[in-house]
Design a protein around this ligand. Structure first.
Ligand code: URA
Length: 303
């Protein structure tokens, strides 16, 4: 449907949707189809003039929150409408099934240039579809590209240690990345690549409904939060996080109620490999996460 809109209407609509989201209003339903004005006899105008507008109606208003800590993830004008469009996985309440549908929708993706650069395979995301805790990294490296699984190289070993230090196992969490294809030479993923890929990550998060999302490193944090700040400012606090396009609670259709996740930021394991002195700081971040999840905190930190 968004593809059928006049570019001006599309821009105005995206702007309006963004405005509602900033107010904490997420869900709309359409009454009727379009309210369209028929342009009669105006030279050069198509039969249906582009004053056609959706009539968004408020269905749910988010409770008032600490505005500074409430985050509306970044969405460009183009992907805002895409994110809000109904998704095929909405037909299921089973997160494993929903993830399969999202994976199928992603297909043999050629949406950004990474597909023709260094990618061997798409690295979608792994482990528990009903995880309470989800880790999001930056993008696959060589090992991940080879195996098709995130965080399986040296940084992955350290992430495993971090998970174990929390008293958990890799099988209990979900692990994904901002981009699903390996950037050439392990460079930082570029903005257009992140913007193209992140709607799929948002859908994964909305399907899994984790209690907590941990952004691993600045690239993950900045992309998830749409905040450009140094790690020193990003870490050590909670963000309320609700992926664009996530539907509000509907207990009649889903037994796992969810109004978004809490998001924390910590250092990327690859950074901790380069500067192990920061492991103590990362352990503080993980303890914050453990308190939130009600996990008892052991004395031993990350090794
Ligand atoms: N670094 C990441 O950010 N993700 C991976 O999957 C591996 C290394």
């Amino acid at each position: 449907m968004p593809g059928m809109l006049d570019p001006q209407v599309r821009r105005a609509l995206a702007e309006r949707v963004r405005f509602y989201r900033e107010l904490g209003i997420y869900d709309f339903y359409r009454r009727g189809v379009y309210v369209a004005e028929v342009a009669e006899g105006v030279p050069g105008e198509s039969a249906v003039r582009s004053t056609a507008t959706f009539q968004p109606e408020l269905r749910e208003e988010m409770p008032a929150r600490n505005a500074a800590a409430f985050v509306v993830p970044a969405a460009t004008e183009d992907n805002m409408l895409e994110m809000l469009a109904p998704k095929p996985e909405y037909g299921t309440t089973d997160p494993a099934e929903a993830l399969k549908i999202i994976r199928a929708d992603l297909g043999d993706c050629t949406r950004c240039k990474l597909h023709k650069q260094s990618r061997k395979q798409i690295v979608f995301g792994v482990r528990n579809p009903r995880a309470e805790l989800m880790f999001v990294g930056e993008g696959p490296g060589a090992d991940e590209d080879e195996k098709g699984e995130p965080f399986v190289g040296r940084a992955g070993q350290l992430l495993n240690n971090m998970i174990k230090a929390m008293g958990l196992q890799r099988e209990q969490v979900y692990i994904a990345n901002i981009v699903k294809c390996r950037p050439p030479g392990n460079r930082t993923p570029e903005r257009d690549e992140c913007e193209t890929c992140s709607p799929f990550l948002m859908r994964q998060i909305a399907a899994i409904k984790p209690k907590v999302v941990v952004a691993l490193g600045a690239v993950a944090a900045k992309n998830l939060l749409a905040i450009n700040a140094p790690m020193s400012e990003l870490r050590g606090r909670w963000y309320d996080f609700r992926p664009a396009g996530a539907r509000s609670n509907d207990p009649s259709s889903d037994d796992r109620s969810w109004n978004g996740a809490r998001l924390a930021v910590t250092y990327h394991p690859a950074f901790l490999l380069r500067d192990p002195r920061q492991k103590g700081e990362a352990w503080k971040d993980l303890q914050m996460v453990m308190r939130e999840l009600g996990i008892p905190i052991p004395q031993k930190g990350v090794e």
